[in-house]
Design a protein around this ligand. Structure first.
Ligand SMILES: Nc1ncnc2c1ncn2[C@@H]1O[C@H](COP(=O)(O)OP(=O)(O)OP(=O)(O)O)[C@@H](O)[C@H]1O
Length: 502
């Protein structure tokens, strides 16, 4: 093993030449070459399954290349692993922060490298070092990490990488599920670190983010380098989409619908749960309603109450106009039986079963409906699988493939296919296109639009303002657990949504 030496004056901190990665006969990355300038923010863009994680996995030492070279600080890196790459200053920071909630921020920050005095941990120095690092951030070193919000958790992870000697920090979709304001905070933080000489590789599916924060960009398509630029200033969003997709992008925009107060509606009343106090909420069959608000404002919690994932001590719902109002479901299984489906924003916790096939994961939630006296209707199951495997454009040779070999975005498509397959009356989607590329996002929006056309009522909880503007008929604004306002028509705009999250 050899690793780079930080002393070189080379303008490129990292050079990749002819990098290839194969899995059996499948090539996830095909002879990719690119350079990353020292002290720059380098965007990495590409469709789901294009090879972004594979590439950064090799740069960070998580995966071994099949062939090709990686040069760090002018020295070729060979036979590396994560530990050695971290020692050389390369850190991969994933979406899910590795944080121990019951420890303080300072302890988390210096985890594994706590300063010692002989056999003892030097607490005084630990606190002093942590306070120095956290200067200019709004994070208190003594605070328990479990109480930090999403953006502070991501900052903490980046700082931890830097404190361990990180000079090249790879951020894999760091803005997923962050609202507009939190994204801006994260970007300001990255700019500050960049000014101190840190180099970032930044993976994102959002063209506007790449254009806003990156200096350079590389675009992967089907495992190959499709193009890029050393000067993002000369790129436009359309140019990026064209490189990502290999064709122009046609953006979806829903023809917004309005519903009269006397039209049939699903009615929810008197909901009281921890952090939720919603007196009344109505949604019509065929309507798409967006939920917006700051994290903790109650939007997610209310959505979870409707599906029985959060216990509501009070609250009723009426799914059909003439049916009696019944208590909110006590359990997700009860919710499914009533015709309510839910897509979680955390596919790892509530979503996928890693060792099962794509098909098995897709039909999982429909099995009760497909079973007769304990036997599954295999034909009907097969039909569901093939419809949603093709419909969602899952990138895999066939539905028999194990789900854990899929890229993150393709796993998200399987989750979505699974809830859609239950053919619900009320569909609740929490961050439905998180991690999904710009092309498939339009397809997902079209599918949701079509479902609403068939009379499904759809709730979309999203921090993606573009998604909100293009997909929903009406926005419910949450604050302190309640619905405090509504936006319709032209009022559903970027500025208004920014005010809500500001
Ligand atoms: N262990 C594996 N076995 C087989 N194929 C794999 C394995 N790991 C990744 N792949 C395949 O390699 C390709 C590239 O995946 P990768 O995760 O790099 O994509 P990505 O660009 O990061 O996508 P996303 O935007 O969805 O995260 C995908 O088709 C994926 O299914």
């Amino acid at each position: 093993m050899t690793v780079g030496n930080a002393g070189t004056a080379d303008a490129d901190i990292l050079r990749i030449a002819n990098l290839t990665k194969t899995y059996g006969r499948f090539s996830a990355l095909k002879s990719v070459s690119l350079s990353v300038r020292r002290g720059s923010i380098h965007g990495l863009l590409g469709e789901n399954g294009a090879g972004k994680s594979t590439l950064v996995g090799m740069i960070s030492g998580q995966r071994q290349p099949t062939s090709g070279t990686i040069t760090l600080n002018g020295i070729e890196v060979q036979g590396h692993d994560v530990k050695e790459m971290e020692k050389a200053g390369v850190f991969l920071v994933t979406q899910e922060p590795m944080i121990i909630d019951h420890m303080s921020v300072a302890e988390n920050l210096l985890l594994g490298i706590w300063p010692r005095k002989g056999w003892l941990i030097d607490w005084k120095r630990l606190r002093r070092d942590a306070a120095r690092m956290l200067q200019d951030t709004d994070i208190d070193p003594g605070q328990r990490a479990g109480t930090l919000d999403a953006v502070a958790r991501r900052k903490l992870n980046i700082l931890r990488a830097m404190f361990s000697g990180g000079r090249v920090v790879i951020l894999d979709e760091p803005t997923a599920s962050l609202d507009v304001e939190a994204r801006q905070q994260l970007f300001a933080f990255m700019r500050r670190l960049k000014a101190e000489g840190v180099t970032f590789i930044f993976i994102s599916h959002y063209n506007d983010e790449i254009l806003e924060i990156c200096d350079a960009v590389s675009v992967l398509r089907d495992g190959e380098l499709a193009g890029g630029s050393d000067d993002v200033g000369e790129m436009t969003s359309d140019m990026l989409s064209e490189l990502v997709l290999g064709r122009g992008l046609s953006l979806f925009q829903r023809q917004r619908r309005t519903f009269g107060a006397d039209e049939a509606a699903i009615v929810v009343e008197g909901v009281r749960a921890r952090n939720v106090a919603v007196d009344a909420f109505r949604i019509h069959p065929g309507e798409i309603v967006g939920f917006a608000g700051l994290p903790g404002a109650g939007a997610k919690e209310f959505a979870r109450c409707l599906f029985g994932l959060v216990h509501a001590k009070d609250g009723t719902m009426r799914l059909e106009p003439n049916s009696p109002a019944v208590k909110l479901p006590g359990h997700p299984f009860e919710a499914y039986r009533r015709g309510i489906a839910f897509l979680s924003d955390d596919r790892r916790k509530d979503g996928l079963v890693g060792h099962l096939s794509i098909g098995a994961n897709m039909s999982l939630s429909s099995l009760p409906a497909l079973s007769r006296r304990g036997f599954v209707d295999v034909e009907a199951e097969r039909e569901i699988i093939s419809r949603y495997f093709a419909g969602m454009g899952v990138k895999a040779p066939n539905p028999e493939v194990a789900i854990d070999t899929l890229s993150g975005g393709n796993q998200q498509k399987v989750c979505l296919g699974r809830v859609l397959a239950t053919e619900p009356k009320l569909l609740i989607l929490d961050e439905p296109t998180r991690g999904i590329d710009v092309g498939v996002k339009q397809d997902v929006h079209r599918i949701i639009d079509e479902l609403s056309g068939q009379g499904v009522a759809v709730i979309v909880v999203t921090t993606d303002s573009d998604e909100m503007i293009r997909l929903v008929d009406r926005v419910c604004v949450f604050s302190a657990g309640s619905i405090v306002g509504e936006l319709t028509g032209e009022a559903i705009s970027k500025d208004r949504l920014r005010q809500i999250s500001g």
